[in-house]
Design a protein around this ligand. Structure first.
Ligand code: IMP
Length: 430
């Protein structure tokens, strides 16, 4: 990858699950620091190293590389119990995790037990099925962050007196709301406090000023990879609202979510898969709720890393991806999961939408419009061969290369890497 002088952000161009974990891991080989800047334990990033598979939800994937510093930025919402569960699980598998290689911003907000209760209860009681959240308390935690008076940050977790007062006040208040709206039994605020006091004691040595660390590291010539979670079309401002997550999870969120200025980042590496998937509710113009969708789901193992829900699958939507690439200023793209499409006779790519008889040639992040559009497809020939053993781009069948070149031409951004399998070695440079 020629453009990798300077710092990079890796982000999703679709609705998540594009295989960002593998690419962050790949790029981190030439970096010193990996930073998460958005989302929480609703994310799931998978890397395979040798024969071993590791899935992270909160930890940056740089924890698997010895000597790498990993940071959790203020844009993340952190559930301490989940973080420690993840840390303990990896330590048991021989991965070293300590303040030597992991720091958490004191500005990071917490996901508390009442956030998870509210998320689940709201989904259960929604007419029409709700948003289809991961029920990890993400939306309620970000709502408290914006609300301010009811928020709890990492800085509060490590100040026991303040934590006690905050938890007593917020849990007492939240019990009334959860009982009135959903008939839920009250939480014992003292038990919540005691659990979190222990989390605070354990977290204390990891707490740091992430923005300050990053600016100093950059000045010292260190190389940084910003690890995006979710994707541009799930961004709370720019995605398919309200069927989105609650963070700024396009590339644009990294500046506030890590606490660095835009000039620090030069490489904007968008990740897209060779088809489309989405989990949860919301419009999905190219969805194939048929045997094509099932074929893709089974070959691509399209089941959620966090919830194991089957993902909705469909054809590649170039209108949506061009929107994300333009929004985030993608300087290059990695195409993942190309091998999954092998064996399909014809492949379709959505190049425009039809709406009320007119052609829409650019994306509208408006669910009412998206629910009504009809995709306009271009058909390309598929390939029979199994391509996961390819060692270079030129090893790929002609039709596979033509497919990649056509996506690149429509989106207008160089596809610099193509991934044909989960292993580090199954990554082809162009
Ligand atoms: P939440 O983030 O749990 O609030 O869920 C909101 C929406 O975002 C739901 O449709 C989820 O399925 C979706 N979502 C959240 N995180 C991911 C992800 O990492 N991959 C794919 N979908 C996600």
């Amino acid at each position: 990858m020629k453009t990798l002088d300077g710092n990079s952000v890796v982000f999703g161009l679709q609705w998540g699950d594009e295989g960002k974990g593998k690419i962050v891991d790949y790029i981190a080989e030439r970096a010193d620091i990996v930073v998460r800047y958005c989302g929480g334990a609703n994310a799931g990033h998978t890397v395979r190293i040798g024969g071993d598979k590791y899935s992270t939800h909160l930890l940056p994937v740089g924890v698997f590389r010895p000597g790498m510093m990993n940071l959790i930025g203020n844009g993340v919402v952190l559930e301490p119990a989940k973080l420690f569960e993840e840390i303990d699980g990896f330590i048991a598998r021989g991965v070293s995790i300590s303040p030597q290689n992991l720091r958490v911003s004191y500005k990071t907000h917490l996901v508390m037990p009442y956030h998870k209760l509210e998320d689940g209860a709201r989904e259960n009681s929604s007419q029409g099925g709700g948003i289809g959240t991961t029920r990890r308390g993400i939306g309620p935690s970000y709502a408290d962050k914006m609300q301010r008076a009811t928020a709890i940050r990492v800085a509060d977790l490590v100040r026991e007196d303040k934590l006690k007062q905050l938890i007593a006040k917020v849990v007492t208040e939240r019990n009334k709301v959860l009982a009135a709206l959903y008939g839920l039994p009250p939480l014992d605020w003292n038990a919540v406090f005691e659990e979190h006091r222990e989390h605070g004691r354990r977290l204390k040595p990891f707490v740091d000023d992430v923005g300050h660390l990053l600016i100093a590291a950059h000045a010292a010539g260190k190389r940084i990879v910003f690890e995006g979670a979710h994707a541009a079309l799930l961004d709370v401002d720019h995605g398919t609202y309200p069927y989105v997550t609650s963070s700024s999870c396009s590339a644009l969120g990294l500046f506030t979510g890590a606490g660095v200025p835009p000039r620090l980042v030069s490489n904007y590496i968008g990740i897209m898969k060779a088809y489309s998937t989405r989990v949860g509710g919301g419009p999905f113009p190219t969805e194939q709720d048929n045997e094509i969708g099932s074929y893709i789901r089974e070959r691509g193992n399209e089941y959620g890393t966090t919830t194991r829900r089957p993902r909705r699958c469909g054809w590649f939507d170039a209108v949506a991806v061009k929107y994300s690439a333009d929004l985030c200023g993608a300087t290059e793209i990695t195409l993942t999961l190309l091998d999954v499409l092998g064996g399909l006779k014809d492949l379709r790519v959505c190049t425009a939408y039809k709406h009320n008889g007119a052609i829409l040639d650019y994306f509208r992040a408006d669910m009412d419009v998206l629910a009504e559009v009809e995709p306009v497809y271009e058909t390309l020939p598929g390939w029979e061969d199994e391509i996961s053993g390819a060692k270079s781009f030129n090893d790929l069948p002609l039709q596979a290369r033509k497919y990649v070149e056509r996506l690149e031409a429509i989106i207008g951004v160089k596809i610099s890497m193509v991934s044909v399998g989960a292993e580090r070695s199954q990554t082809l440079m162009r």
